[in-house]
Design a protein around this ligand. Structure first.
Ligand code: NAD
Length: 403
């Protein structure tokens, strides 16, 4: 029996993805389910000594006032996921994890996300960004101490923030540090403040959302200074995964893609937040840049994301690809992807925790480019094609296992 204890600190702890991570990990611990959907459970990664389910302890930050049982029951009722028997069997454990969820920060999240917040998070509305980082860092470190953890992996699975100004991207760490110290205004959004809090204690940070997180000059500098690993952005779970697989096929057959239209409909809380044009801009950008990178030219593209409440957590993406074949002949590929959003995302979050913990344990630092196959807008990777990104993960695994 291993003596390792690893914390998983979820930002957005009571959201759909996080709740599914918690239910999934608890079910895995009790051997109620198999490992289908988990990349890290594939034989290629079997000898990496990755963290086992029993070693993972969960906590997190949240801004809404709810709990895991309510959120899991809602997913079950509206989207027909999880078994009712499991939920009653796991109820006590879910309640114990609720106690480790602390109020998050609303700094720089925009009006749409702020409107979701409950009283515990609202009481910190007037806090300066510097004070917010101090408080968030304290929560994370207390979690480590109270649970005797060897490591804490911080994962951002909170709602998508509006994009930041370009001027914020080029700020250096000295300027940001000064802004936080003096208690003045700081233009960094919550996703970045959480990362600063994590880095303060040398905790790795994974950004599963399109929010900017650590994808800033200042944060990359701070990560280097703290010798800590990080990665992002935006989990590649459905339609964009299909694009990353299919676009190389058109490129490698010299078929010219003239237009690629993708319409997405879904009805969960993420969809509700993305219904706001400010928040949606970040997601559309993340879904749209890939084709030009893979094809080497820009076809006409359209990405639409619409909130349709009755769909719940089930997303339908309909893609229409109009391409030109030999002798100028126009042809069409259409596909329909119907996936349950949180059930696609949660295993990848668990994979990212296990791979990140392993890289940190072997002394890695900086951006983990080898995890690019998990992200729509991967940091530290120029290669946009899924198959080649996956090769990078396999190469890393070989290196770690010394084979
Ligand atoms: P969700 O809306 O169900 O959950 C987000 C949670 O974050 C909510 O509980 C919300 O209250 C909380 N939150 C918002 N702002 C916060 C803050 N500043 N601090 C702490 N908590 C905060 O969304 P979801 O479906 O769980 O998705 C989570 C994120 O993952 C979204 O950004 C989404 O775009 C991204 N993502 C999801 C998928 C997928 O589900 N397939 C794929 C890629 C990316």
């Amino acid at each position: 029996m291993s003596e390792r204890r690893i914390g998983v600190w979820l930002i957005g702890a009571w959201g759909g993805v996080a709740t599914t991570v918690v239910v999934g990990l608890t079910a895995l611990k009790h051997r109620l389910t198999d490992t289908v959907g988990l990349v890290s459970a594939m034989p290629q990664f079997a000898n990496l000594d990755l963290a086992d389910w029993d070693e993972l302890v969960i906590g997190g930050h949240e801004i809404r006032d709810t709990n895991f049982a309510t959120e899991a029951a809602q997913l079950h009722k509206q989207s027909h996921v999880f078994s009712e028997a499991w939920l009653s069997k796991l109820a006590d454990e879910l309640q114990a994890i609720d106690a480790r969820v602390k109020p998050g920060t609303l700094h720089g999240v925009g009006a749409k996300i702020e409107s979701l917040a409950g009283t515990p998070a609202r009481q910190f509305l007037s806090e300066t960004p510097g004070a917010a980082v101090d408080r968030l860092a304290r929560d994370m470190d207390r979690f480590r101490k109270d649970n005797s953890l060897d490591q804490v992996i911080v994962v951002n699975v909170s709602s998508t923030e509006p994009p930041v100004d370009d001027s914020v991207r080029s700020l250096n760490w000295t300027t940001v540090e000064q802004q936080l110290k003096t208690g003045g205004p700081c233009p960094l959004p919550a996703s970045s403040l959480y990362a600063i809090a994590a880095f303060r204690h040398q905790f790795p940070y994974v950004n599963f959302t399109p929010s900017v997180g650590t994808n800033l000059v200042a944060l990359e500098e701070y990560a280097q200074q703290q010798n800590v690993v990080h990665v992002g952005r935006d989990g590649k779970t459905g339609e964009t995964l299909m694009k990353a697989v299919l676009a190389p096929m058109f490129a490698n057959r010299n078929l010219r893609v003239m237009s690629w239209v993708g319409h997405n409909i879904f009805g969960n809380l993420d969809g509700k937040v993305l219904d706001d044009p400010e928040n949606k801009a970040n997601k559309v950008r993340s879904k749209d840049h890939l084709l030009t990178e893979i094809l080497g030219y820009k076809p006409q593209t359209l990405v639409s994301i619409e909130y349709i409440e009755s769909m719940g957590d089930w997303k339908t993406a309909w893609d229409h690809i109009h391409f030109q074949g030999f002798l100028g002949t126009p042809m069409v590929l259409q596909f329909i992807w119907q996936g349950c959003d949180s059930l696609l995302a949660a295993p990848l979050v668990i994979d990212l925790v296990r791979f990140t913990e392993r890289e940190a344990r072997r002394g890695g630092s900086g951006i983990m480019g080898h995890l690019s196959s998990f992200f729509k807008s991967p940091m530290g990777c120029e290669e946009p094609a899924f198959a080649l990104q996956f090769e990078q993960l396999l190469a890393w695994a070989k290196d770690v296992s010394g084979k």
